[in-house]
Ligand binder design. Structure first.
Ligand code: TYD
Length: 231
C-alpha cells in the first residue's frame, strides 16, 4: 500500500488530527531523527508547500466560503504540492513529512462540513494520479487521536483562531468522526497515536511504529524539540 511502489525508495508520511492534537512538535522531532540517521527530509504541510498552495491556504483559512469552495481549493493546492514538491522528493529517495494531507479533507470538508464522500473520493483519485506514475498517497499516516473536548481546551487562548479553529465543539466532533471512518477504512495505512498521553509517551508510540517499519533504527534519540518542553 502507500505511495506507488514503482516510484522510489522515498517514504511519504502524513500527520493528521483535529486542531490542538499536538502534531507539530513531533513532526519537527521526526525530521531531526531522520536527518540524524542520514536521510534527507522534506518537511512540508497542507494546504501549502508551494507558492500557489500557500496563497490558497491564506484564502482557505481567512476568507468566508462554503464547503465546496473549501474542497476545491484544498485539492488545487494539493495537486500543485504533489507535482512540484512531494513526487520529486520521493523520486529522489527522500523522506517526506507532511503536516496534513487528504484525510484532512475527508475529515474537515466531509465529516465537518458534510460533503459526500463519493465526491471527495473522485477528486482524490484524479488529483493524486500523476502522469505515468499512478495513484500517489502516503505510505503511513499518523492520526493524533484526542477527544475533541480536550483538544478544544488545549487551543483556548493559544492564538487568534482561523476559520477552522473558531468552529464550535460539535464541528470538531464531526471532524473526529470523519477521521474515525477513514482510519477504519484503511487500518494498514492510518495508525492511531494516543495524543492524550504525555509528550514523551506520544514520541515513544511514534518511534516504536517507525522502528517496526524498519524506517528508523532502534537508537532514536529524544530530539531537542521535545526536550525543551515539559510533558
Ligand atoms: P493546520 O494544519 O492545523 O495548521 P496550523 O497548525 O498552522 O493551524 O491548519 C490548517 C487548517 O486547515 C486546519 O484547521 C484544517 C484545515 N484543513 C481542511 O479543512 N482541509 C484540508 O484538506 C486540509 C489539509 C486542512
Amino acid at each position: 500500500m502507500g505511495h506507488n511502489a514503482s516510484m522510489s525508495k522515498g517514504i511519504f508520511i502524513s500527520f493528521e488530527g483535529i486542531d490542538g492534537a499536538g502534531k507539530s512538535t513531533h513532526i519537527q522531532g521526526l525530521a531531526e531523527a531522520f536527518t540524524q540517521q542520514g536521510r534527507t527530509v522534506t518537511l512540508t504541510r497542507e494546504p501549502g508547500g508551494t507558492q500557489l498552495a500557500e496563497a490558497l491556504r491564506e484564502m482557505l483559512l481567512h476568507q468566508p466560503m462554503d464547503a465546496w469552495s473549501e474542497a476545491l481549493l484544498v485539492f488545487a493546492a494539493r495537486r500543485d504540492h504533489l507535482v512540484k514538491v512531494i513526487a520529486p522528493a520521493l523520486q529522489r529517495g527522500e523522506v517526506v513529512l507532511c503536516d496534513r494531507f487528504t484525510d484532512a479533507t475527508h475529515a474537515y470538508q466531509g465529516g465537518g462540513r458534510g460533503l459526500p464522500s463519493q465526491s471527495l473520493d473522485a477528486l482524490e483519485q484524479g488529483v493524486q494520479t500523476l502522469d505515468g506514475r499512478g495513484f500517489l498517497e502516503p505510505d503511513l499516516t499518523l492520526w493524533f487521536e484526542l477527544p475533541p473536548e480536550v483538544a478544544a481546551q488545549r487551543l483556548t487562548g493559544a492564538r487568534l483562531p482561523d476559520r477552522f479553529e473558531a468552529q464550535p465543539l460539535a464541528f470538531f466532533q464531526a471532524v473526529h468522526q470523519g477521521y474515525e471512518q477513514r482510519a477504519q477504512a484503511a487500518p494498514q495505512r492510518i495508525r492511531r497515536i494516543d495524543a492524550s498521553a504525555s509528550r514523551h509517551q506520544v514520541w515513544q508510540q511514534i518511534t516504536r511504529l517507525l522502528v517496526q517499519k524498519g524506517w528508523l533504527s532502534i537508537m532514536v534519540p529524544v530530539p531537542a524539540a521535545l526536550q525543551i518542553q515539559s510533558s
